[in-house]
Design a binder for this molecule. Sequence first.
Ligand code: IPE
Ligand code: IPE
Ligand code: MG
Length: 235
Amino acid sequence: MKSKQTLEAAPTVVPAHVGIIMDGNGRWATARRLPRAAGHRAGVKNITPVVSCALDYGVKCVTLYAFSSENKNRPEDEVNALVDLIRKRLKPMTRDLIKRGARIAFSGDTSYFPDDVRAIMRDVESENADGIAKTVNIALNYGGRAEIIRAAAMAARDGEVTQAAFEKHLYTAGLPDPDVIVRTGGEKRLSNFLLYQAAYSELFFTDTLWPDFDGAELTAMLKEFAMRHRRFGKV
Ligand code: IPE
Ligand code: IPE
Ligand code: MG
């Protein structure tokens, strides 16, 4: 992954925060005549290499869209397979990322998940050391609209609905807005991902299905990011 060649091609302007909509697991499996759950397993295996590549470039935060609030409406056996993957793979996967110097955070309404899965999430968060500068933020049962409504309600309860008071209640409080949002799997939409935070994100779409996405393609996107002219409304 971190070959000499890709490092030499390292982009010059590195985004602080990269969001990834990891789409296409189901189609990856169907193309191989495998059950959709096999695609989700392949997708989980692909997380550590791609995230490690981003962290190696100096990206400070990666947010992974792993399970949307709407994904709960999939057939029960697929939802169960996804929850079971979190149960079995979250700890080993995050252990690798923690070893690479990241802390793990979660965005979303995690109260949805069974107690044993929530205990695993708490365990993973408790392994976070103080003073860690890199964050891998995993969006689980996450929906951008619900996040906005929740933060607005909390700010209203505090009696202060200013931008700063509102942003304090976002799941991503303390993290920079995503500079880059990557969506794999060919669809060109956000599907309720970081709706508020994506106001000025640079968007990258690829037809590559998530289990096939790799460090070389991420590198190409980061290089293109470095060439883009971000104006933020100015001239
Ligand atoms: C993304 O892959 C993973 C989740 C949404 C959990 P999909 O499962 O949406 O895969 P496709 O889009 O059906 O191929
Ligand atoms: C977005 O993918 C959610 C995740 C990747 C976790 P979906 O497959 O759920 O999005 P839609 O349904 O194509 O918009
Ligand atoms: Mg999909």
